[in-house]
Design a protein around this ligand. Structure first.
Ligand code: ADP
Ligand code: MG
Length: 249
């Protein structure tokens, strides 16, 4: 069963066509890794899926909610976008934690403000999630007192606090020092093993080999090719994919 279905998604910035008609369907419990050169539209794709960026055209379906980007005046549009966002966890490259809130404060925020949870329930949930990402001993630390890897794990716990049906990660480890990459990828891998549906933009090939059910190679706003990590890494068909892989290896 598809959790995400995207049809003919198009996005133009000025006269720069950044997404040129993306079709993508992600099944329940599937882990899709997206790779591609800088500027190929990976971030824009994730941002359009959550309407952080307004697509020009295309249909986006998450769970039971569906928005046709062309129908700007649809009276259900706002509500549908809100419901879709509630079900979608988004983890960014730069953590985006609230600097004035502790780790547990950051994780409690969503349940309190979006789900209207009681404070004690939000605290219990947040504590459990911080333990899950290996930060049970850092609950009262502020972001500035945590390493980048720890901050990113808080960000993952924060996303999980809203019980998303799908998680989107935009280069979750590319701002980290190399020695901190592993602890973050381990957490993402553990979630994959629990059956979380995920779309991960990353250039970490070993992660893709271990965790991805499907690897998508994007370039110039289109999906150039896709397949298992074995197919894409060991036997790429398209010249653009081969060229990219030579550069990242
Ligand atoms: P990637 O994540 O693959 O590196 P992006 O989706 O960030 O690529 O960017 C794709 C293209 O869209 C780039 O040419 C970038 O300059 C352009 N772009 C992205 N965001 C904006 C924006 N807000 N305004 C104008 N151009 C943008
Ligand atoms: Mg990007």
């Amino acid at each position: 069963m598809a959790v995400i279905e995207i049809e003919n998604l198009k996005k133009t910035f000025g006269d720069n066509p950044v997404l040129r008609g993306i079709d993508l369907s992600v099944n329940e419990s599937e882990v899709v890794v997206i790779m591609g050169p800088s500027g190929s539209g990976k971030s824009t794709l994730l941002r359009c899926i959550t309407f952080l960026e307004e697509p020009n055209e295309g249909i986006i379906k998450i769970g039971d909610y569906k928005v046709d980007a062309s129908k700007k005046n649809d009276r259900h549009r706002k509500k549908d976008i809100r419901e879709m966002r509630k079900r979608t966890g988004f983890v960014f490259q730069n953590f985006n934690l609230f600097p004035h809130k502790t780790a547990i404060g950051n994780v409690m925020e969503g349940p309190l403000t979006i789900h209207g949870a009681k404070k004690e329930d939000a605290r219990q949930l947040a504590e459990a999630l911080l333990i899950k990402v290996g930060l049970g001993d850092r609950t009262n630390h502020y972001p500035a007192q945590l390493s980048g890897g720890q901050q990113q794990r808080v960000a993952i716990a924060r996303s999980l606090s809203l019980s998303p049906t799908v998680m989107l990660y935009d280069e979750p480890t590319s701002a980290l020092d190399p020695e901190l990459v592993r602890e973050v990828l381990q957490v993402i891998k553990a979630l994959a093993e629990e059956g979380m549906t995920m779309v991960v933009v990353t250039h970490e090939m070993n992660f893709a080999k271990e965790v991805a059910d499907r690897v998508i190679f994007m370039d110039g706003g289109v999906i150039v090719e896709q397949g298992t990590s074995k197919q894409i890494f060991e036997n790429p068909q398209e010249e653009r994919t081969k060229k990219f892989l030579r550069q990242v290896e």
